[in-house]
Design a protein around this ligand. Structure first.
Ligand code: ADP
Ligand code: GLC
Length: 496
């Protein structure tokens, strides 16, 4: 396959700045693509919270971005994805990005998010002109960069960037970036695009919808989610668009960065381990119990949670189920998360009511997240919807069989435990109810206590599983080829 120039434009990229799994994906897939021989570069805003790891240098020329009534200026910083030669550019503009949050603070979104991410979308494309590096494909991620496929099809169609294909990845259809109609003007996109078969939805501008209509190819992060979002009950109001674009939509399962997420080398853990020697996992468990004030007992199974505390993740089901679960099961809970204040308080209260059995930390803590993955015996993920989900993959990789609801990427990644054969990777339940979740936790708990050989086999299959990017990176490379040929109207067979 030809080597291609691929520009990633994204609102977050691990390890520089991360809110959720989108950052993990954007920090990992480019490495795998670079290993396949592609020239990949990444553009992201310079928020105040960006961690400047490694070597950074400012580019000499300021970047003029054609948005709003008068051009906007940004300074560009250049670095690399750690451990790779993948260039990563950060756009500095204090008025837009010089704040602590990515999308907002607390539970409030920034009111000018439309302008912030229109500037990112247009700025990333303009930077290519300044670098004299014209990508074959621009790979945009979620609503923040949904403007890119629209820009490439309209104002930039006759520019040197007009030949670039766009690939638009839906990480989470629930956030669509609704903005006032004026956003279209700010983006300098022709007002004729404020139309239901482009950017308009419910009288507002919807960049997710615009991206879906205009992208050369669309991907989402698991095959099951790719099917789910075509249906009215899970299409978040855009299922008709997704059906309309159905021939150009494909689900590609996310991988994980096997170097970063490796229990045998993870420097943040108090001890390391692998499938052939689990002594280090027991040390991680003791450290986790100590850290979260749980009773330090190797026998009691610890069930971990690391998540954004939002409706989508279904953790209210866990809060509801917990009193009964604690009354009937011999287990502990180790939870790290932040989000909905009511849910944060519910978990604080549950921890106060069950000292030594429920340990809760509210906040964002990358190393505690890893300790929970390593030190827990099982991992709970009761998502109402889950486009892919990475934490269940990290859990399996760390020998921590997950309990998941059967939805989206959780279906594609967690083969259910079969009591007859002992097969599978974790525990699955169907209904999004506290009762169904409690039953699944009960089943994990009794397997742990009563069928230890089965539980050990689940753990072992996870530890030895291949959750890396290999296959999926090749699938993205294939999508880029299709996109390039569709954009240029070429003969795919002739150049394959
Ligand atoms: P989503 O992107 O929907 O939040 P994923 O499972 O794809 O779900 O990815 C979540 C990522 O964010 C994982 O890397 C997880 O470890 C991390 N994460 C979520 N909440 C926290 C937190 N409170 N502290 C540290 N890391 C977190
Ligand atoms: C989103 C989804 C999550 C997915 C992640 C990375 O945040 O909610 O399921 O794993 O993006 O693609």
């Amino acid at each position: 396959m030809a080597s291609r120039k691929i520009l990633f434009v994204a609102p977050e990229v691990d390890p520089f700045v991360k809110v959720g799994g989108l950052a993990d994906m954007v920090g990992a897939l480019p490495k795998a693509l670079a290993d396949l021989g592609h020239d990949v570069r990444i553009v992201c805003p310079l928020y105040r919270s960006v961690r400047r790891t490694g070597f950074w240098r400012p580019r000499p020329e300021p970047l003029g971005i054609d948005v709003g009534p008068a051009a906007l200026w940004a300074r560009t910083w250049e670095t690399h994805l750690p451990g790779t030669s993948v260039p990563c550019y950060f756009l500095e503009n204090d008025a837009l990005y010089g704040r602590p949050g990515v999308y907002g603070e607390g539970n409030a979104s920034y009111p000018d998010n439309d302008q912030r991410f229109i500037a990112l979308s247009r700025g990333a494309l303009t930077l290519c002109l300044q670098l004299d590096w014209i990508p074959d494909v621009v790979h945009a991620h979620d609503w923040t960069t949904g403007w890119i496929p629209v820009l490439l099809n309209t104002v930039l169609r006759d520019s040197p960037l007009g030949g670039a294909a766009s690939v638009f990845t839906v990480h989470n259809l629930e956030h669509q970036g609704y903005a006032a109609r004026e956003a279209v003007e700010y983006a300098r996109i022709p007002p004729s695009e404020f139309h239901p078969r482009s950017l308009e939805a419910l009288g507002a501008a919807n960049p997710m919808k615009g991206g879906l209509y205009h992208a050369t190819k669309i991907t989402t992060v698991s095959p099951t989610y790719a099917q789910e979002i075509r249906r009215p009950e899970s299409g978040c109001g855009l299922d008709d668009v997704l059906r309309f674009r159905g021939a150009d939509l494909i689900g590609i399962l996310n991988g994980i960065d096997l170097d970063s997420w490796n229990p045998a080398t993870d420097p943040t853990l108090p001890a390391r381990y692998g499938p052939d020697d689990l002594a280090g996992k027991a040390i991680c468990k003791a450290a986790l119990q100590h850290r979260l004030g749980l009773r330090e007992s190797p026998e009691i199974p610890v069930f971990g949670v690391v998540a954004r505390l939002v409706h989508q993740k279904g953790l209210d089901l866990l809060a509801t189920a917990l009193p009964a679960v604690l009354a009937t099961q011999n287990l502990q809970i180790a939870l790290l998360g932040s989000g909905d204040p009511a849910l944060e308080n519910a978990f604080r209260r549950l921890a106060a009511e069950a000292p030594g059995r429920v340990g809760v930390q509210i906040g964002f803590d990358a190393s505690l997240a890893r300790l929970i993955q390593a030190g827990s015996d099982s991992f709970i993920m009761p998502s109402r919807s889950e486009p892919c989900g990475l934490t269940q993959l990290y859990a399996m990789r760390y020998g921590t069989p997950p309990v998941v609801r059967a939805t989206g990427g959780l279906i594609d990644t967690v083969t259910p435990y079969d009591e007859a054969t002992g097969g599978g990777l974790g525990f699955r339940f169907k209904e999004a109810t506290a009762e169904a979740l409690a039953e699944a936790i009960g089943s994990a708990c009794s397997t742990y206590h009563d069928r230890p050989a089965h539980f050990a086999a689940l753990r072992d299959r996870g530890l030895r599983g291949d959750f890396g990017w290999g296959r999926s990176a090749a699938a993205y490379a294939q999508v880029y080829e299709w996109a390039v040929h569709a954009r240029r109207g070429g003969d795919l067979a002739a150049s394959a």
